[in-house]
Design a binder for this molecule. Structure first.
Ligand code: PLP
Length: 393
């Protein structure tokens, strides 16, 4: 119903550049609009719908929980929260979870922990990196350098130093005894699917062990199995001190959080941090299904199908050497670096009934639901080839 497009303009803040379609429903990796068109979803709610749309196990878990309660507040011990926290700690090398509703709030919690750590050990500076994305609150924006998100909104938090991403010299020059924490995405998502090098990670963790600051891994986009491991840092054989998570971890419901060690978790005492909705029962019930599915074979499937996607993308790059400069990423967090605006390709893909996504201007970001099949990947690849062919002409 296209009247929704007009009504949206009339009633809602114009902060989102929406695709010109109104979706009625989603099933698996497909979205259906009110006109009866179906689209293959290679956006997955911006890396949220890990198990696609209307996954029967998610719906079953939600129905079962809905019949018990929707919300009771964090005054109570809540079964779905505790089960999910137990699972997260079993599947990761961490001890404790704090649940939030979103990625931004996870960043806020991590930043507060960083300040508490710093104040305890007389270290004042937090280091973050160019091109990062950590959310939209003042804390998160203070960690980011992209002008669009910050213009005319200052002042921002003090004692934050944004330095060049993936640059060993920059960390050597800027990290010292006064550093309380470093926050990074092991693979920058909004920043154009750019991963850190092994050497950079090695240097960063050696500096941590020498100087005693904490490392926060923002796994909000790269976590929840998207790279074939529960968290992207696992590809590097290191253990950050705090993990921030959101997006896929709630399987489509608003859920985020931080995972950390017992030692760091005690920096928050009773009442020093909290949220009304964080760890909502429905979101946690869905989150538990996501983790169970990842453990039951989906992680393995992401690795296998992600490798398949990558090999297909590399072939496409070879077909269009003047239009594709690089294939980046791993699992279902991949990107094509293009010689033209990626939004042009997103429009053409949509003409081929594929929902794609552009980031960082010239990067086609490929973040389908983790359950996407090889056949669906083939469908995407065929449409991608045809779309680039049309743009090229
Ligand atoms: C790496 C990263 N961190 C933080 C955020 C913010 O998460 P949210 O939009 O849930 O607040 C995002 C969202 O895109 C993200 O990709």
């Amino acid at each position: 119903m296209n009247s929704y497009i007009e009504k949206e303009k009339e009633y809602i803040f114009q902060t989102y550049k929406r695709y010109p379609i109104s979706i009625e429903k989603g099933i698996g990796c497909r979205l259906y609009d009110f006109e009866g068109n179906s689209y293959l979803d290679f956006l997955g709610g911006i890396a949220v719908n890990a198990l696609g749309h209307s996954h029967p196990k998610v719906l079953k878990a939600l129905h079962e929980q809905m019949e018990k309660y929707l919300h009771i507040s964090n005054y109570f011990y809540q079964e779905p929260q505790i089960k999910l926290a137990e699972k997260l700690t079993q599947m990761s090398p961490y001890d404790k979870v704090f649940f939030s509703n979103s990625g931004t709030e996870a960043t806020e919690a991590a930043l507060k922990l960083a300040r508490l750590w710093g104040n305890k050990y007389s270290k004042s500076k937090v280091i973050s990196f160019t091109n990062a994305f950590h959310g939209r609150s003042y804390g998160a924006l203070s960690l980011m350098d992209k002008a669009l998100y910050k213009e005319n909104m200052g002042p921002f938090l003090q004692d934050i130093n944004i330095i060049a991403y993936n640059n060993i010299e920059a960390i050597r020059a800027n990290i010292n005894n006064d550093t309380s924490a470093v926050i990074l995405e092991f693979i920058q998502g909004e920043g154009g699917i750019v991963g850190v090098s092994e050497d950079f990670v090695k240097e960063l963790f050696e500096l941590r062990d020498k100087l005693g600051f904490i490392i926060i891994a923002d796994e909000i986009q790269s976590g929840a199995g998207r790279t074939g491991k529960l968290f992207a840092f696992e590809h590097y054989g290191v253990k950050p001190d705090i993990i921030t998570m959101a997006k896929g971890i709630g399987g489509g419901l608003p859920l985020g959080g931080v995972l950390t060690t017992n030692q760091i978790a005690t920096l928050f005492g009773y009442g020093t941090h909290g949220t009304t909705y964080g760890g909502n029962a429905l979101a946690c019930a869905a989150g538990l299904v996501v983790l169970e599915e990842l453990e039951a074979g989906l992680l393995h499937q992401v690795t296998e199908n992600g490798n398949y996607l990558k090999s297909e993308l590399i072939q496409i790059k070879e077909l269009f050497p003047n239009h594709i400069s690089e294939v980046r990423g791993i699992g279902f967090l991949q990107g094509l670096s293009l010689s033209f605006e990626a939004s042009e390709l997103v429009v053409e893909l949509r003409n081929h009934k594929i929902i794609g996504n552009a980031t960082s201007g010239n990067v086609l970001r490929i973040i389908p639901p983790l359950i996407v099949t090889k056949l669906e990947i083939d469908e995407f690849i065929t449409a991608l080839k045809q779309s680039i062919d049309i743009i090229k002409k």
